[in-house]
Each structure stands twice: as structure tokens, then as C-alpha cells.
Design a protein. Structure first.
Length: 298
């Protein structure tokens, strides 16, 4: 009896699709950058600490114990205690929540405001772009970012929420200029001209043709901006305009510890170390993401 030819089952093309291969290649390029990979691991650990701070911290970060004031690092208190007996390790862990929240929300505010303005400004150009949006953006960029954030926070009032709003507003001009420049580079290209010729409306061209091509530089800029937002929040908290006591904040801990540098330096050293490691890790990881997304980098 003649055997019928077998029909091979269709293979899953999604697994070996060009897009999947490109993603694997990008991930491999990121992992080959040892500094960026190590920075990514530290950021992941920091996120875990922030998310599970209530479980991982050994003590209540606001609990005062006057019998253990200014105790050095020990098995009971790994990072020591502060001037009113609060555990420094617990406060550092909970301070990670504040810093990451401030970084992410501030950059989110800047993106929500800056992306639409940059897209519209770069696509339509004209008087509104050249003489209103760009001049206002240049005026904001002429001030040091921390000074402007300090002024806005002073007007809005002390508190973490107002500090995040102030930092987000200060960062907005950077995203406007970046996105506008990207839109100007893409608006005259052939695929945009073809979309216009096919009768697509402007908003569809902006959202579905130009905007996706600006995501790579936006991701890189947003990653680096998170580090700047964390420094700004720590600075505002240090000056008393950010996170308010008794909520733990790395900047506020630095401010409280400056008066005890001679007798209890650990109060300021440990939050300072975490600020340094967090900022440099985000910057290194952002550089790795930039290299990963840049087709010219090999």
C-alpha cells in the first residue's frame, strides 16, 4: 500500500521572526556591556527593596528608641541608628521608595507634557513653534535646573508631591527640544510624504508614523532623566522643600546627618552611598540602552 506523503506541521514563525531575532541581538549587546549589566542588576535589586520595603526592613523606619541613639553599625543595626534611635538601614530601604517614586513620576510628568508639545511643534512649525514654544523653552533652559526647581517648589509648597511636579516641569523643556528635533528629522522623509499622499490625516501621521520612530531617543533621555530627578528630589529634601519628616528620604537623611559627621558619620554616609550608587547605575544603564538602540554601535 502506497504511503501517503506526510504534511509537516506549520512551524511557529514568531519564535524565529526577524523582530524576535533583533530583540535577542539588542539584549545580547546590552549584556555584553558589563558595566550596564551590573548597573541593571543593582537597579533591579533597588526596585525589589522599594517594592518590598515593609517586609525587608528590619525595623519601623519612624520608630524612635532613645536608648539606642547614635549607635554605630552592629549586628542589631547594620547601618547604625540616628540621633533619636531610628534604624538607618530601615530608613534607607524606605527612602528607596521615595527616590524611585520621585524619579519615575517626575519624568512621567515631563513626558506627558513634553511629548505632545514636541510632536506638534516639530510637525507644524510656524509662528507658534518658532516664537512661542521655542522661546519659552529657551527661557526655561537658561536657568539652572536645580534653581528653577527650588523656586517652583517654594511657590507650590513643601512636600513630595509638589517637589515631583516642580521637577517634572523643569525637565519638560529638554524633552520638548529632543522630540521636536526628532520630528524635524523625520517629517521630510519619504514615508511621511507617502503617508500624506495617501490622504492620511495629520494626527495619524504623527501618532502612527513619526512618533514610533522617536521612541528610542525618548527612552534613552527618560532613563538618564530619572537619575537627574533623583538628585533633584534629594536636593529639595535636603533643603526642606521635598519629603517632609518623619517620612524617610535620602536627601533629608543627609541633611539630618550633617550635624553629626564627627560623632556619627554613618547617618550621612549610608544614604549618600545609596544616592551615588543609584545615580551612577542609572546613568551606566542609560548609556547601555543608548548603545543597544543605536544601530551604528557594534
Amino acid at each position: 500500500m502506497e504511503q501517503l506523503p506526510t504534511i509537516d506541521a506549520p512551524k511557529n514563525n514568531k519564535i524565529n521572526s526577524p523582530r524576535t531575532a533583533r530583540y535577542k541581538s539588542m539584549l545580547r549587546k546590552l549584556l555584553e556591556n558589563k558595566l550596564a549589566a551590573a548597573a541593571g542588576v543593582f537597579i533591579l535589586l533597588l526596585i525589589i527593596l522599594a517594592v518590598f520595603a515593609g517586609t525587608l526592613s528590619p525595623y519601623d523606619p519612624t520608630e524612635q528608641n532613645y536608648a539606642d541613639t547614635l549607635q554605630g553599625p552592629s549586628s542589631a543595626h547594620w547601618f547604625g541608628t540616628d540621633e533619636i534611635g531610628r534604624d538607618i538601614l530601615s530608613r534607607v530601604i524606605h527612602g528607596a521608595q521615595v527616590s524611585l517614586q520621585a524619579g519615575l513620576i517626575s519624568v512621567g510628568i515631563a513626558l506627558v507634557i513634553g511629548v505632545p508639545i514636541g510632536l506638534i511643534s516639530g510637525y507644524y512649525r510656524g509662528f507658534l513653534d518658532e516664537y512661542v514654544i521655542m522661546r519659552f523653552t529657551d527661557a526655561m533652559l537658561s536657568f539652572p535646573s536645580l534653581v528653577l526647581a527650588l523656586a517652583l517648589a517654594a511657590v507650590l509648597g513643601a512636600g513630595l508631591g509638589n517637589a515631583m511636579i516642580a521637577i517634572g516641569i523643569v525637565m519638560t523643556p529638554n524633552f520638548i527640544r529632543l522630540i521636536r528635533a526628532e520630528v524635524l528629522a523625520h517629517r521630510e522623509r519619504e514615508y511621511v510624504e507617502a503617508a500624506k499622499a495617501s490622504g492620511l490625516r495629520d494626527w495619524r501621521i504623527i501618532m502612527f508614523h513619526i512618533f514610533p520612530n522617536t521612541l528610542a531617543p525618548i527612552m534613552v533621555q527618560a532613563t538618564l532623566a530619572i537619575a537627574s530627578a533623583i538628585i533633584s528630589e534629594a536636593s529639595l529634601s535636603y533643603l526642606g522643600l521635598g519629603t517632609q519628616p518623619p517620612t524617610p528620604s535620602w536627601g533629608a537623611m543627609l541633611s539630618a546627618g550633617q550635624g553629626y559627621l564627627a560623632e556619627a558619620p554613618w547617618i550621612a554616609i549610608f544614604p549618600g552611598i545609596f544616592i551615588f550608587l543609584t545615580v551612577i547605575s542609572i546613568n551606566l544603564f542609560g548609556d547601555g540602552v543608548r548603545d543597544m538602540l543605536d544601530p551604528k554601535m557594534k
